[in-house]
Design a protein around this ligand. Sequence first.
Ligand code: HEM
Length: 409
Amino acid sequence: MTTSAPSAGKCPFHVPVELQTDFDVYLNPGHTEDPFKALANAIEGKPRVFWSSSNPMAKQPGSWILTRTEDMRTVMRNPKLFSSEENAGFSKLLGESWSLVPLEVDPPRHGALRAWVNPFFASSVIPAMEPAIRETCVGLIEQFRAKGRCEFVNDFGRPFPVTVILQLLGLPVSELSRFLDWEDKLLHGSDFPTKIAAARQIKDYLLSQIADRRANPKDDLFTKAAHAEINGEPLSEDDILGFCYLMFVGGLDTVASSLGFHYQYLAEHPELQARLRKDPSLIPQTVEELLRRFSIVITHRRATEDTEIAGVQIKAGDWITIHTPISALDDTIHQSPTTVDIDRPNKMHMTFSFGAHICLGMHLARRELIIALEEWVSRVPDFRITEGAPLRTHGGGVYGVDELHLEWN
Ligand code: HEM
């Protein structure tokens, strides 16, 4: 068992010394080259459930890390015992107390909020969005296809899903680079003043947009939020802000990050590209397997009572980290979990979480990833990573790719 006691005074008394580690929840050595490999090295030999004193972004004095998908699911299926309140903590950065809606809200109110918002993202409404999503996708690919190369992240990975979500929310696509800059600083900013300034800029901007939709209703999601009623009561000002904030932050980063890892993998595996070109009907199962393999989000819950997980005592108030990239390495669920095998019969994953808070945007995200792959394999010939060009990734609360140069003949 690899255990190194963290610096004295940081660890709560009830954590047994053999479970204390200085595992960094977000950044492991080597994360700028391959955060999944860096993570696998960092958790090697760790107990099934262990304590990390190093959760630098927010959770103090640290959190419990679960290494088994089974234990993560136990936590996620019991929101009464494991609360989502202050999970992301953006409002706390500003010294305020509004919640991201519905992410930081517990049942039963969570259920009412999801019942209001689910219809906008149900699998049945996604087909109607498909023509616009495909048009955006094709438009971007056609801008670089003839050049025989692209920097994937800036030319496609970010602008594609971000344009889709901005259109849905009703925010101006022309402001895309400003939004990405705020979001980068909030999620990946290296110091608290940078994060706080970004959190405030986003909040001020969103409040101005909400006020605008009250005065000038449009056919967009911000208008729906500004005028929403739940059980006959208007949504509170805080809930409207919390919903718009979550849509803005959650919608901008996650699909882009997934695309980065998926296309890095495809560029390194021409045989998979060839198979998909020959038989595009394999694309949905390929996307599902890539989602399983490259699970990117780290989230948290807080115990509301004393309890135990896999025999380890958890005290009321303890944070528990649901580290979905660790779940993607769990060999008790999948044989050779780091191998991409599109024919794997069981592709069960935690990538979109599990339980009450399962990702609201998962049907949209899957559709975007499928459309992207359909258009890439039909329009772009055998693509590969440009030799000698920089390839940079990051760990953090959402793993991602910063720079990925691709070329084709
Ligand atoms: C591949 C892309 C995506 C991934 C990997 C992803 C992942 C996740 C995860 C892990 C959670 C659960 C967090 C928790 O339980 O604490 C979540 C929740 C959520 N996601 Fe996504 N997401 C993606 C795309 C999207 C998109 C495109 C949207 C926007 C429409 C979105 C909106 C949300 C919302 C609103 C929640 C909160 C749901 C609730 O609390 O009930 N996600 N997502």
